[in-house]
Write a protein that binds this ligand. Sequence first.
Ligand code: PLP
Length: 395
Amino acid sequence: MINEDMYALGAAPNKIREIFAYGLDRKAQIGDDKVFDLSIGNPSVPSPAIVDETIARLAKEGKGTMHAYSMSPGLVEARAAIAENLNKRFNQNYSAANLYLTAGASSAICIAIKAVVLPGEELIAITPYFPEYKTWASNAGAVTVEVPARTSDFQLDIPAIEAAITPKTAAIVINSPNNPVGSVYSDENLKQLADLLRAKNAELGRTIYLISDEPYRELVYDGLVPAWVPDLYEATFVCYSWSKSFSLPGERIGYLLVPNTMPDWQRVYTACSGAGRSLGYICDSVLFQKVVAECVDAPVEIEPYDRNRKILLDGLREIGYNVIEPQGAFYMWIEALEPDAEAFCEVCRQHELLLVPSNGFLTQGWTRVGYCCSEETIRGSLKAFKEVYDEYQAR
Ligand code: PLP
């Protein structure tokens, strides 16, 4: 006998990977330069040189216990270096004890949910959202309650969140800079959320946790500085990874921060350790823990994404698409030219343009365009976007 729920999850199509696999096949058939794959969030900017050099040096120097297990939360020196980096950047007072190193932001979110959302309780997620939140909530026996972002600007819709909070609400997960929209929540918007959560905590006699999913933190444009969310709301987990900032998604290195401002933070941290253990995490990659310990202060290169963003935004608007101007991450949210986003993406595919329909993010009628690819691909894609637009105009 097998677990049928797990079978269903394993058999469920992963839309983005499906499109990506199709793109690879198609490129092999007709040539790399003829397919415009704007589907997956694999960064195209190379990892910082210092990261590559450190990996090579550590691998060469490594002997004896270099590759041994670390303690489950990670090496103290790696956690201390990350804490120091956060203290400098955000004027905090964290230490190694606040950090649990994880296999990317994914594991951090999954652990945080498991630690504070009990079976039968509710996790609020803002649509459109990274769809794995629902899987992780379900793994904790919890229910995901979906609240749409504000349609005018894709910021948090505070009255809608208020209406969705019930005595069973244990946590809310937010993601800024946002995948798939590219929005960055304003300080004001986040303060309103914090005020709402504090009022609800008092009313319901519990703590509603805020899980801040931030793998795109440094990928922001036009000088924008995203708020440090724990400064606004005490019971905030920060889930981070170097997947996007250092272009290391395949290496699985990130962290869960349990700030010392969180009520009862040491007990919460211990529950996170238990959650990690129950989910089978032994420790994060030790090689990459050491890499991050040495390179955590390295600057993040955003110019190539910013260039792509501007070319795409101007090009799509000139053609006539309704586009949400992204402030961060490396995705653009464009309105499909028909209500059925899947059908629209199918038409795009016929023009060798590979996009992700919004259904994959629990929303109808939009499409995610990833611009973490080469500038050449972005420029080439605009011709295909124009052909698609003209085809719809002619209908
Ligand atoms: N959260 C968001 C919003 C993402 O877009 C991604 C990856 O694309 C993740 C989490 C997971 O990233 P990772 O586990 O590689 O850090």
